[in-house]
Design a protein around this ligand. Sequence first.
Ligand SMILES: [Zn+2]
Length: 159
Amino acid sequence: MKSLAEYLAKKAKSKIKNEKRRAKAKLLWVADTASRTSVKAKIVRALGLLDRQRNGNSCRIHGAPCVGGVAYHILPQMNGDAFRFIEENVIWACNQANRGEQMNRDLYAQKHRQIFGDAYIQAIRDEAARIKASPGFPYTRAALREIFESVKKRLTEPR
Ligand SMILES: [Zn+2]
């Protein structure tokens, strides 16, 4: 017979699981009336999670299990939408790395070259140039939604 303690432990565990599932669903839900800015933020967040899904929980800048993960741009998203949603440009990294990068772009540009290599970073630049020259750019509201849905789909697909 199951003890009360076992029952409660199981119940608590399933509560945590449900909360996590709900948090993820909320994160991946965008209202029809959502602003462009908020859709953009959701895409970026989802791309960060996609990188985590592929490469694990470790911070990709420090190569360690750092505290607080965020979607991190190798080439800053202040360069615009052509850079913002390139999958290879968004990685999972810690808050500290993200803030460090914002405060000292040159130093982090060097770090990025060491970690990812020149060819990888050049490929991101080339992809951004291709996007900028494509007829689908700048992204319409509908295009942003499409990007979001496609990232979300891959994020929720079973591995
Ligand atoms: Zn880190």
